[in-house]
Design a protein around this ligand. Structure first.
Ligand SMILES: [Zn+2]
Length: 162
């Protein structure tokens, strides 16, 4: 059984990567730092056990990953919903402080295919504003031309217009 790939926005983009001398392969690591937003936003669930999992990710998982990346001198791109950025600012500051990128990953880990164009556009604009307010800059360009890796990796037929 083959793996389904999400269609590239804008008909696909060619990205040129300059590798260090002698290297022939690059790997992109982009942790999802969803915390509680994935449970509340995507699954519409708010049980204490699920909220606890989200908090564990922020308070324990994130520092563990940062130590691991530091040990191997790996720079990554973290996909973080803005709900998580507001809820765990100290953890996001640690990510940024270690030199990692932050890519947009929704406001509350919303499931984009069910949104209408106006709501999708409103949430994307809100993400831009929140990234500038919280990080002092727009998010990194990781997903095609719109600078976001949508929560669930799911886009809509309207995403290119949003
Ligand atoms: Zn996610």
């Amino acid at each position: 059984m083959g793996r389904r790939m999400a269609p590239a926005l804008g008909g696909g983009l060619a990205v040129t990567i300059r590798l260090p001398a002698g290297k022939r392969l690059a790997v992109c690591l982009s942790p999802d730092f969803d915390a509680q937003s994935v449970w509340m936003g995507t699954f519409r669930a708010q049980s204490q056990s699920l909220m606890s999992r989200g908090e564990f990710g922020a308070e324990v998982g994130t520092p563990r990953l940062l130590r691991l990346f530091r040990r191997y001198d790996i720079v990554t791109t973290w996909c973080i919903p803005t709900h998580t950025m507001q809820t765990f600012p100290h953890a996001v500051a640690a990510v940024v402080g270690d030199g990692h990128e932050v890519a947009a990953h929704g406001v509350y880990h919303e499931y984009i295919p069910v949104l209408d164009l106006a709501e999708e556009r409103r949430l994307l604009e809100l993400q831009v504003k929140q990234h500038v307010r919280l990080l002092g800059r727009r998010f990194s360009q990781i997903w095609a031309s719109i600078g976001t890796r949508p929560s669930w990796g799911a886009t809509s037929s309207r995403t290119g217009r949003a």
